[in-house]
Write a protein that binds this ligand. Structure first.
Ligand SMILES: Nc1ncnc2c1ncn2[C@@H]1O[C@H](COP(=O)(O)OP(=O)(O)OP(=O)(O)O)[C@@H](O)[C@H]1O
Length: 230
């Protein structure tokens, strides 16, 4: 569904991705793994069009999207849940969610799945986003992404910095979005156990390129320790 071939990506003159190849099959969760600073976030930013310059080919369902502006990629069905969540603290929960719909062409509304997954948000729509806990803000960032009716969700370390008792709720939500809505999910994840539980394929990134990829069953301890141990 999403295919990257020989992709280079740059911040100014600094090159962060090098000749990178990547495949995300439709309807599956792909775990994107690797040490800090190897280019996992940059891979997601490259797919949605948020780095300064990109070379190579990025195809979504056979259509080349690598030269499209970010809003057009969002309209084509890609939504981004960034690291740190990027909630607007002074906007209400409702406003934060509806912001996600600005990228979509249809009517802006809160999708039904949001009410089902995140009842707390629905019961507190007029509260400011800034008063929420980290876990609730993560739910809000996911709700905002769902408001543009995506086909692909790019999720950057969705459980990072979240209280342990909320982590499993976020993990369950990610799995439900995949199994119940059929969303294709690119999941940057440091927790290898969760990646193994949720994903069906993986890509291991090192020095801005894919060094190992395949079915999640083929992600051996040896690959993990070679590319992720400090
Ligand atoms: N805005 C930026 N401007 C310049 N260089 C950047 C920028 N963002 C990231 N980089 C550089 O690009 C490289 C890849 O960083 P990136 O954040 O993609 O890695 P990562 O694997 O997501 O790391 P982490 O797990 O810490 O989030 C690093 O060398 C980083 O310093």
């Amino acid at each position: 569904m999403l295919v990257l071939r020989n992709v280079n990506s740059f911040y100014g003159r600094s090159q962060a991705l090098h000749d990178l190849n990547f495949d995300a099959p439709e309807g599956q969760i792909v775990a994107i793994l690797g040490r800090n600073g190897v280019g996992k976030t940059t891979l997601l930013r490259t797919i949605i069009g948020l780095t300064d310059r990109t070379e190579g080919r990025i195809d979504l369902s056979g259509v080349e999207i690598g030269s499209m502006p970010t809003f057009a990629r969002a309209r084509a069905g890609i939504a981004y849940v960034p690291q740190g969540r990027m909630i607007i603290p002074d906007f209400s929960i409702r406003e934060n969610i509806l912001m996600g719909g600005f990228a979509a062409s249809g009517q802006r509304r809160i999708p039904e799945i949001v009410a089902e997954l995140f009842p707390y948000l629905m019961e507190n729509l007029e509260r400011p986003g800034g008063v929420l806990s980290g876990g609730q803000q993560q739910q809000l960032a996911i709700a905002r992404a769902l408001a543009c009716d995506p086909k692909i969700l790019l999720m950057d370390e969705p459980t990072e910095g979240i209280q342990p008792n909320i982590v499993h709720q976020i993990e369950d939500c990610i799995i439900r979005l995949n199994t119940e809505l059929g969303l294709t999910i690119l999941l940057v994840e440091q927790n290898v156990d969760f990646a193994k539980r949720a994903a069906s394929t993986f890509a291991m990134i090192e020095n801005g390129t894919t060094v190992s990829a395949g079915k999640i069953e083929d992600l051996t301890d040896e690959i993990v320790s070679r590319h992720m141990a400090i």
